[in-house]
Design a protein around this ligand. Sequence first.
Ligand code: SAH
Ligand code: SF4
Length: 356
Amino acid sequence: MDKLLSKSYLDKQDIVSLLSAEEDDMRLLFSHSAKVKELHVGNKVYFRGLIEFSNHCSKNCFYCGIRSGNQQVERYSMTDDEILDAARFAYKNGYGSVVLQSGENTGASFVNRIAKVIKEIKKQSDHKLGVTLSLGEQSKEVFQKWFDAGAHRYLLRIEASGKGLYQKIHPSDKNHDFETRRACLKNLKSIGYQVGSGVMIGLPYQTLEDLAGDLLFFREFDIDMVGMGPYVEHPDTPLFQYRNQIPSKHCRYTLALKMIAILRIMMPDINIAAATALQAIDLLGREKAIKIGANILMPNITPGKYRNKYLLYDNKPCIDENPDDCIQCLDSRIKMTGNSIGYDEWGDSKHFLKKH
Ligand code: SAH
Ligand code: SF4
């Protein structure tokens, strides 16, 4: 373990060995990654207020609860005013940035609406609130339009960096094409966004080699931000039928923590989010992730009445709460981890800033 942890460049086999670490070895890995975090990005956590403004989605990903094929979902879309109110809430409470997230939608009216909302959010906050987008695959022109409107970060998980696994968890049609997803990430980078990606951990068919490949993909792509968390099954999805053939929830959770720790060692100055799905398995999952390497938290600031309709996976936490309920709770939870909170700061990826 000491030899592995002192290597300056981890290869695939090294990563697989680290992903297999148990008990004392796992604790060594975590204490090492915590030190790397402290040294390179400090013990500071930045907030991005997450606004899940619509669950309409044109795609049909096999793992996701709001996929278009799920007829059980009552669809909603927040009004522009509701989105702006949520952004105002984030600004007033010192969150520094918001993330606009929804199902995947294209078409001129959606694209124009988002551009308008981005501009309004910037205007009402004196350009102080950072805007991150998580709106799926779009054309390069659309990415550019939203960048020009004021968004500066974009999250698009690759979901699985190996083409074979990607194809197993998505329908095989042109709407779910692996090469398109990769091309989107490249386009985002060339436009000048800070680019975030990520994967789900513990998917059916997924091996430790696949997960090691995911971490290598982030390094090769020179990613600025990563958000990855456990796959959590949803009963109304095709992948639910494999629920007995995947690792236990606890194993998926520890595997996700190991992925975060190893990535922190491999890419010491990127931003790594503590995914909400960690909290769906362990109530203190996100706090644990922050202790061992993550430095970003995305508190949900979607109005309470919509939260139980944006269920990507089962057992999603805090769906019967409102944004106000979370403030005190988060503050004390983060302080408990020995980290401070970067209130009113964008908390951009140091990795990105060094490149530019
Ligand atoms: N539609 C956009 C953004 C919303 S989905 C997009 O797909 O990019 C945001 C993320 O939720 C996805 O990238 C996926 O990784 C995650 N997700 C969906 N279903 C999940 C599940 N069952 N378990 C864990 N994460 C899931
Ligand atoms: Fe739609 Fe995103 Fe869910 Fe896929 S993961 S079905 S694109 S919301």
